[in-house]
Each structure stands twice: as C-alpha cells, then as structure tokens.
Design a protein around this ligand. Sequence first.
Ligand SMILES: Cc1cc2nc3c(=O)[nH]c(=O)nc-3n(C[C@H](O)[C@H](O)[C@H](O)COP(=O)(O)OP(=O)(O)OC[C@H]3O[C@@H](n4cnc5c(N)ncnc54)[C@H](O)[C@@H]3O)c2cc1C
Length: 483
Amino acid sequence: MTSALVWFRRDLRAHDHAALYSALRDHQRVWCAFVFDSDILAPLLQKGLRDDRRLAFIHASLVQLDEVLRSRGGGLRVRHGRAVEEIPRLAAELGVDAVYANRDYEPAARDRDAEVASRLMAAGCGFVDCKDQVIFDRDEVLTQAGRPFSVFTPYRNAWLKKLDATALAPHPLEPHLARLASTPAGGMPTLAELGFTAADPAALPLSPGVDGAQRRLRDFVARIDDYAATRDYPALNGTSLLSVHLRFGTLSVRQLAAYAWGRATHMNSAGARVWLNELIWREFYQMILWHRPQVVERCFKPECEHIVWDDAPQLFAAWCAGSTGYPLVDAAMRQLNSSGTMHNRLRMVTASFLSKDLGIDWRRGEACFAERLLDYDLASNNGGWQWAASTGCDAQPWFRIFNPVTQSEKFDPKGDFIRRYVPELAAVPNRFIHAPWRMDAAQQAACGVVIGRDYPAPVVDHAVARERTLARFKRIAPILAAD
Ligand SMILES: Cc1cc2nc3c(=O)[nH]c(=O)nc-3n(C[C@H](O)[C@H](O)[C@H](O)COP(=O)(O)OP(=O)(O)OC[C@H]3O[C@@H](n4cnc5c(N)ncnc54)[C@H](O)[C@@H]3O)c2cc1C
C-alpha cells in the first residue's frame, strides 16, 4: 500500500483539483496539508501589517476546505512554520511515498518548491507537481518557431486553437475519496495565534471559500452575455469579481473556461467570448512570468531601464491616499484602500496616472497594489503595471497617454462611481464632476466644496505632465524604435 500527502497552497478547494486527483488515483492513503508559511508571513509582521484581508480570506477558505474534507473522512493538517521545513517533516512523520502539489509559476514559489523537492528526494520521498491553476502552462503554447509568445493576439489565437474538451475536462475526485486519511480535528490556528488581527469573514468585501466562489459565479453567469457592454464602467456590476477566487483556487479555472467557451460557441455570446479573452490574458501573464522571471525586478523591454523616473515622494503619497485632485483617480485609490478591490478600468487609469502623469517608476505603484489588493497576483499585477507604463510586452504604446478627465467622462459619465468614494464631491454637478477645479468660486460655494480646502486642487496639470512624459520616452526612443 502506498500513501501520499497533498500540499494545498493557492488551490483551496476539494473538487476538480489536479494534485488531489492524481494523489487519490495513484495511492491508497492520502493526507492533506496546508502550511502558514513563515517565509511569507514574517515579513508582513515585521512591517507591522497585522490586518491582512488576504490572510483572513485564506483562513476562512481553509476552514471551509477542512470541513468538506472532514465530511469525506479526511481533514486538513495545518502547520505554521517554514514550508521548506514543515512539508518534508510532515512527509517523514506520515511516512508517505510522495508529496503532490499544484504548480506555481512565481519565481519565489519555484525556488521554494525546488528546495522542498530536493529535501524530499534526499529522504527517499517523491515530489509531484501538477498543472491546475491554468488551462495551458509552460511550453504548451509556443510560436511556430517553438519560442514563447510576447504578443497577446497570436498567443490567444494559438491558445484557442489548442483548446479542446480534454484541456477543459474536470478531475473527478468522487470515485477515490474513500482513500482520504482521517486527521485529528482542531489543528487550525486562529489568525490571532498567527500574530494577525482576528477578522470577521462576513466583513470581507468578497465572500471567501468555495461557497463564496459559487455564489459569485451564479451571480455572474446570469449577466455574462452583457459583459462586453458593461465591463468598462466601474459604477456598474459588469465584471465577475472572481479574480480573488482564481487567485486562491476556491474555484476551478477549467470550470470557468469550459462555461465561457461553451456559451461563446453554442450561444454565440459576445460577452462570454470577451470574458474568455480575459482569462487568456491571465494565462498570458502567467506564461510570461514563467519564461521571463526577470520581469519581477526589471522592465520586460530592457531599453526601458534607461528611463529616468521622478522621485516625487509627495506626489506618490497623494496618489496612494487618493488625494491627487483628479476625482476618478482618487475614487479608485480610495476604493482600493477601503476594500482591497479595484475595477480593471481604474487599475489602468491609476497605473497610467502614476507612471505617465506623475512620472513615477511603475515598480512603486506595483508594490503599493501588491500590498493592498485582495486579488493580488504577481503575474497579472506585474503585467498590468508594465502594460500601463509602456515598459511591458504588448504594452500600451509609450506615446498613448490616458487623459484622466476624458477617461472619467467616458467611463463614469454621471460621476456615480466618483460620488460613492469621494463624498466631498457629492453635490458637484455632472458637468464639473470630472474636473471640479474648473468651477469658479460661486459654483464651488453653490455645491459646498472649496477646491484646495475641501478637496485638493490637481497635483499636476495633465497637459504639462503629458509633455514631460513624451520627452522622457523620446530620450530612449531611438532604442525603443528598434524594438
Ligand atoms: C495595473 C494593473 C494591475 C492588476 N493587478 C492584478 C492583480 O494583482 N491580480 C489580478 O487578478 N488581476 C490584476 N489585474 C487584472 C484585472 O484588473 C483584474 O483581474 C480584474 O479587475 C479582476 O476583476 P474581475 O474578476 O471582475 O475580472 P473580470 O473582468 O470578470 O475578468 C475575469 C478574470 O479574467 C482575469 N483578468 C481580467 N482582466 C485581466 C487582465 N487585464 N490581466 C490578467 N488577467 C485578467 C482575472 O482572473 C479575472 O478574474 C491588474 C490590471 C492592471 C491594469
């Protein structure tokens, strides 16, 4: 009789789970484990970040996962310590033949897994990593010349060409669940025991766990056909809000892609087609990160390392706090600060504003988002930031610079989203809501807001900032043009 340990990480569900499926198929006894990794948590505590929504989301999702596994005769063994030590130790204690985990594409996770694999191997135990969080990974989608893509559209076309029922097939756990090994209850540390602030899962902006994911999915499938028309308007409930569930694996990407593909193909749904496209963007950035891990530190386009960014601590602080004087930018940053969420259109607008209006290095904005986003995902965040700053693969051309006022007029025409997060502008008439500094003193008095006192004056003049950015990029244009 052989046995295995399944190590859960960003895949917190007990259905359609590649590593769990493979372990149950190949072994007669299977244990399940999760490690609160002190290599990840200790730096947060050192920075004083005790109130972390993501950890609260993970914790609540783990409680649900443990309940589900327990109802099938298993349960979760939870450890707190360095994963590189805890997993080999647990594998030795249980005497398993192999550890199974779903593959992670982030450089630090790859290093961690390589270390765990080599420690296990030294002890005579195997390490099996499975593809789970994407439909296609590593070298599965390459150019005809056998190289990784760096432009999205041909990548998407090749991805779609490869897509078939096999790639989308779920991993059925049911037949083998009796192989789950029982685990003593009560091993889950509280957030307080981990050193973090206790949080009420009901207070999270998005409900955690598989239950939360399924509720959110049901809500979205009822409006997926409208996605193409509504997805760009932050005041509307137009997008799926499933990114956090994809991040922590509380739902299966195969389930989502299969649904979108079926609806696009059989019902000719434009919304489903566009939404599937977004799932492919996610995989595109995961693929980039796998093949070019250097993007974590550096611009995808090496020439862009010659850009001279501004060191502007006060402007950066104003951007972080949502007090730039540009209402849509400020509303977006305040939404991020208060809830950990931000609409895709607004991520583009705020990222463009930081890098192209304030002239600040995209890496500083990326780090700010990384700290605050509930759905923070290294590949997508890095890809999104480098896209907006024009330093990335298939990025926004450097001479295309979002105008924060026209973006606001176009995507929040009546200022509904702005008024939700910038209450001091609530009474400003629609025609001034996107640029309130254009009101004269009498108009400001009439709506009860004095610009510069109740709400900031713009920290930069967009027209001037635009020229500075064009000049900044023109300095490196000769090398960029060769790109
Ligand atoms: C500067 C910037 C930073 C970003 N940081 C992150 C991040 O840390 N984590 C993250 O998941 N997404 C990130 N994105 C991508 C995108 O903004 C979010 O995925 C999206 O807003 C999540 O909302 P949703 O689930 O309602 O998306 P939907 O519109 O419903 O899209 C469905 C899914 O497709 C994926 N997706 C959608 N748009 C993109 C995109 N542009 N790039 C990659 N995947 C996409 C997400 O997994 C999303 O859940 C970033 C984009 C930008 C411009």
